[in-house]
Ligand binder design. Sequence first.
Ligand code: MN
Length: 299
Amino acid sequence: MRFPTRSRSSHPVAAVLPLVVFLILVAAASIAGTTDTAPYRILVTNDDGIDSPGLVALVEALSALGEVTVVAPSENQSGIGHALNLRDPIFVRRRELAGRPATVLTATPATCVRVAIANIFEESHPPDLVVSGVNRGLNFGRNAYISGTVAAAREAALQGIPAIAVSLAREAHPDYAVAAAATAEVAAVVKANGLPEAVFLNVNVPATATKGLKLTRQSRLFGTESYEPHSNPYGRPYLWSKFEQPTTEAEPGSDVAAVHDGYIAVTPLQAHESADAALEELSPLFDPSESVPLPTSDE
Ligand code: MN
């Protein structure tokens, strides 16, 4: 792992010890006639923070599928979208989560994925799958755009790694184990088949999921955002953002409709955003031969 440490022995024996141990292990493996059986590596993150119950549930459910490593934000980062930590220090803390090694970062979910790939996983063995969640609250329709949970999966997809984001309806007593089990089912499909280039899956689980997984398209619905006026104890006015999920009739076949009907919605999203379908329609508007020459810097 490539993180600064406070002190390290520089004794020559200590320096070659890992190499000696490695050589002994290689020799033992060849004697036993074993072949390379690299584990399926799963990076688990979220946007609700390291202490959220959805993260533990996911780690437990995915441990049957592969070797789970947790890299998660220290604090709640919900709604942070694809923000990155570019101008502030990222503090690193080690701990365990459900028996797996966990790294806690003072960072956004997308940064957690970047740091994990760059500094925690070996360069030669990046994660095979990144799973983000289980988020407290749905991330369907166009809400997915601002979600930190979804952004962590998008970041992985941008880096060529299959990824899944998973969110559960916000209820008084949400059952994260159900959502995590459904995610393990989706993850098994991805493990066996992979995903198309730059495509990742956005999974949304209703409060009472009884009808199974359903492949859906992203709804065009967005929730409603309102800004309620309040004032602090000193009388200074402030606004407080209040978001409500879409309640209007959703498009048939969409993630919002599926969740409202009691299905677990599995929506393929694309990290590569080029609107290729719009090129033909827009190309007459941007003809270089008809462009007005721009003034040069000499004039
Ligand atoms: Mn969240």
